[in-house]
Write a protein that binds this ligand. Structure first.
Ligand code: LFR
Length: 491
């Protein structure tokens, strides 16, 4: 039996998942769960990075107290965010959260200096206003002292790994999301760094997922009373890990990693860098085994999570199952939003913004909680259809259905409506996609699985996968037409 530990830091919580592999069967157990709340200080939104490091140590302690002989560990988290290490080897400043507003307008300013086509040809990465490249540009424009004093840039899992091991490395899947990495040269893009006057020395050697990154350093072992557990570079971008965990049987498949964000696309061997990919704003994020994730970000359950927070602020608390029940009682296919409208990106009063969106598009706004939730979930399902079709067009593939992974699949209504909207079956599972992908990359690295396909087979056999067959086809086809017109997404 092999026991490995995955730390997966998600938008609302972080967890330490213990994975046990016995005769090709995977079992997981949550050893530790902790909140991962961004912290607002004045105008800035930060990571609570030291608290998270503390929680990682708590996870290691829990494994020790349970007498678990850990073979290794790995960390994954969301992309694009980073911290700086100063010349003295210490953390400089506190990492910003990508939803901080300091990047507002930065993408447009960079594109006025460097044509978007040049950036895309060099990186293959979609244009999202919070990409690392624009965060760095915003810091430069603000003359942040961090830029003068720092010597290395580490993405969040790189940073936590550095605290644990004392070794500084960048990891490939996260490195690509900076929009400063050239997937063809398989290295940081020296020319882009030069154009942006960013020092090459900030960006270190890039480890591929599955490479050994170090082991717990002596001071950490001493502090916690644990062995020097090996630490692997896994697919440290959570979406990279989630796609590893898609239990597909066929080489070409469509997936939707469904959580705070919805990431939809397919796995490809080479980045797709032509004009249409740029025009549709698709990305080519680095994956496990030198694959790429040809995908598009969709705003996801974030809008619903923010509504729930807003209602809580007003003193009305709803659980997610309750919200789903209210939605199922509301009138179907009444009003729609484009979840990817800029309006919905920053934190805030989402019910009011939905109202604003509906007013702008001449629709009656949903009024009750159930109507609002229904509007969000149906709009997401319809947007999924739109991106599903784009994925087929870009990849030249026709997919027989859609794999859904991630916490969002607990929302059975969303899974069913997604099947209805795309008119094809949805296969939902596993829900702990990122953490399971994190675990299996460690096992592949240790030779416990021959390759990713053997790992995917084990995932298929170890976790339930629910099938949702499409229904109400005509209703949804009509709704899709209305959705495209209202949102301006029709070509
Ligand atoms: C999902 C995710 C997405 C990335 C966004 C911001 O958790 O990692 O892939 O675009 O968060 O980093």
């Amino acid at each position: 039996m092999s026991s490995v530990l995955a730390f997966d830091l998600g938008a609302s919580s972080g967890r330490a998942l213990l994975g046990r592999l016995t005769d090709g069967r995977i079992e997981v157990e949550e050893l530790h769960r902790f909140s991962n709340d961004p912290v607002q200080v004045g105008d800035r939104l930060y990571w609570d990075i030291l608290r998270l490091y503390h929680e990682i140590k708590q996870g290691l302690l829990k494994a020790k107290h349970r007498g678990i002989d850990l073979q290794s560990m790995g960390i994954d988290s969301w992309a694009v965010d980073f911290g700086f290490i100063g010349k003295n080897g210490e953390l400089d400043g506190n990492p910003y959260h990508y939803r901080d507003r300091h990047t507002e307008g930065a993408m447009e300013r960079v594109m006025a200096e460097i044509p978007a086509a040049v950036i895309f040809a060099r990186t293959g990465i979609q244009f999202l206003p919070f990409n690392t490249i624009y965060q760095l540009y915003a810091l430069k424009q603000a003359k942040s002292p961090l830029l003068r004093e720092s010597s290395r840039l580490l993405m969040i899992p790189d940073l936590l790994r550095y605290f644990l091991t004392g070794e500084m490395h960048n990891e490939f899947t996260n490195a690509t999301t900076t929009q400063l990495y050239n997937p063809v040269k398989d290295d940081w893009d020296a020319e882009l760094l030069r154009m942006l006057e960013l020092p090459k020395s900030w960006f270190g050697r890039v480890l591929k997922p599955g490479e050994l990154a170090g082991k717990l350093k002596p001071s950490v072992c001493e502090e916690l009373g644990v062995d020097p557990v090996p630490v692997y570079a896994v697919a440290e971008h959570d979406t990279g890990s989630a796609v590893v965990a898609v239990p597909a049987t066929e080489k070409s498949f469509a997936y939707l990693s469904c959580g705070t964000w919805s990431l939809m696309g397919t796995e490809v061997d080479k980045p797709v860098l032509h004009d249409l990919a740029q025009k549709l704003n698709f990305t080519n994020e680095g994956g496990f085994g030198n694959t790429f994730r040809l995908l598009k970000n969709i705003m996801g359950l974030w809008i619903l999570q923010e509504c729930r927070r807003e209602w809580e602020r007003e003193g009305r608390s709803y659980s997610f199952p309750e919200l789903v029940r209210l939605a199922s009682d509301a009138k179907p296919l009444a009003s729609f939003i484009d979840p990817d409208d800029d309006l919905f990106l920053p934190p805030g009063d989402m019910p009011a913004r939905i109202e604003q969106y509906c007013a702008r598009t001449g629709q009656e706004a949903p009024g009750t909680v159930g109507e609002i939730v229904r509007c969000i979930l149906e709009s997401l399902a319809l947007k999924y259809r739109c991106v599903f079709e784009m994925t087929q067009r870009l990849s030249g593939q026709r997919f027989g259905g859609l794999h859904m992974v991630g916490g969002g699949i607990q929302n059975t209504l969303l899974c069913q409506w997604t099947a209805n909207a795309i008119g094809k079956p949805v296969w939902a599972g596993p829900s702990e996609g990122s953490a399971i992908g994190n675990l299996v990359v460690q096992w592949i690295a240790q030779g416990a699985f021959a390759d990713i396909w053997e790992a995917r087979r084990a995932i298929r056999e170890s976790f339930p996968v629910e099938t949702y067959e499409p229904s109400d086809s005509e209703l949804w086809v009509g709704a899709y037409r209305r959705f495209l017109t209202l949102t301006g997404l029709a070509e």
